[in-house]
Write a protein that binds this ligand. Structure first.
Ligand code: COA
Length: 315
């Protein structure tokens, strides 16, 4: 497949580090030096699905495609206010598409998981035009009294439209279960037969374990897609890395020994927006006119599970 359109949508409220230091025992200096984040967008009056719909419409318009021509919609999402139906159904209705759709929970790797699935759907010969939407509100998952996790995340949505092409050169996906290093349990309805305690638990994160996993997994996955596609780091024009922590991105950059210009950043503006992170960055560099036809792009992300994935594609 090939990507022919991108779009993104952000909540209107900007929460900077100074504002967080008024409600948490933290500081701009700590957050900036440990993570690279200066501010993030947080959902206040908006609905996440409205951001998802907005991002989807922008991507369709960028692709010059009518929603009626879509053959599938895949929405990557971890939580939103609906347990059911899937958010992709809300998007499908709002944009006026007729195609089937489903949601996937690939944590922060959702976009790359969705790309690989879209590519497989296309290769099956059954579907041609596929919309991927990633929409996340981690601000509704974290414990706002826990300074370690709450300062890292931001909310947002981004989308990409794909059609037939030979531009996805290689993908590498992985999962290795260490669920207790990064997780959240949500509240379920009362059942008179349930004998277990309530499981409701805001996000729990063991930051240093996640940090180590992320660095190792990203380097391994990037190596794997390079090898599979027969490319070297110097052939790659853009490394779009999940914007979770500037220090993780710097470790990856050091490993592949490529210049800063190949690693666009927006972590200072948005923090970690989970699966929306990579497609938000993709849309930014696209709209800034930084992508030329034929450019080689590596995407890499990692997240709760642990899961990780990378993709090398031609623009
Ligand atoms: N403000 C001020 N101090 C803070 C703080 C905050 N927001 N969060 C933690 N601290 C404190 C800790 O309590 C600790 O204090 P202590 O030494 O008195 O015990 C100190 O800072 C160092 O904490 P530590 O956890 O060792 O920091 P770190 O260098 O490992 O950085 C993370 C913490 C979370 C920034 C880092 O581990 C990280 O980014 N991990 C990956 C997280 C991630 O990307 N998650 C999502 C993956 S998709």
């Amino acid at each position: 497949m090939k990507i022919i359109g991108t779009g993104r949508s952000h909540p209107s409220l900007v929460v900077n580090n100074e504002m967080l230091s008024q409600i948490l025992d933290t500081s701009d200096e700590w957050i900036t030096s440990r993570t690279g984040i200066k501010e993030r967008r947080i959902i206040s009056s908006e609905n996440l699905h409205d951001l998802a719909i907005d991002a989807a419409k922008k991507a369709l318009s960028d692709a010059n495609m009518d929603a009626k021509d879509l053959d599938y919609i895949i929405c990557a999402n971890v939580v939103n206010e609906f347990v059911s139906p899937a958010m992709s159904c809300l998007i499908q209705g709002a944009i006026g598409a007729n195609c089937p759709c489903f949601d996937l929970n690939g944590a922060c790797v959702g976009f790359i998981y969705a790309l690989e699935i879209a590519e497989s759907f296309y290769r099956s010969g059954k579907y041609k035009n596929i919309l991927i939407v990633c929409a996340e509100e981690p601000s509704r998952m974290v414990n706002w009294h826990d300074r370690t996790a709450s300062v890292l995340f931001g909310d947002g949505a981004a989308a990409a439209v794909l059609t037939e092409g030979d531009n996805i050169k290689a993908t590498k996906m992985s999962a290795s279960c260490s669920w207790d290093r990064l997780y959240q349990k949500h509240e379920l309805q009362y059942s008179p037969y349930n004998t277990k305690p309530d499981s409701n638990q805001p996000l729990v994160m063991h930051g240093q374990d996640v940090f180590m996993f992320a660095t190792r997994a990203a380097i391994r996955d990037i190596n794997a897609v390079m090898k599979a596609s027969g490319h070297k780091p110097e052939d790659v024009d853009h490394f779009l890395i999940h914007q979770a922590n500037l220090r993780i991105i710097n470790n990856i950059k050091e490993y592949v020994k490529q210049p800063d210009e190949k690693f666009p950043l927006n972590i200072h503006k948005y923090g970690n927006t989970s699966s929306a992170s990579v497609p938000i960055l993709l849309d930014e560099v696209n709209k800034e006119g930084k992508l030329k036809r034929g450019d080689l792009i590596v995407l890499s992300a990692f997240g709760a599970g642990f899961v990780s994935g990378a993709c090398i594609l031609e623009w």
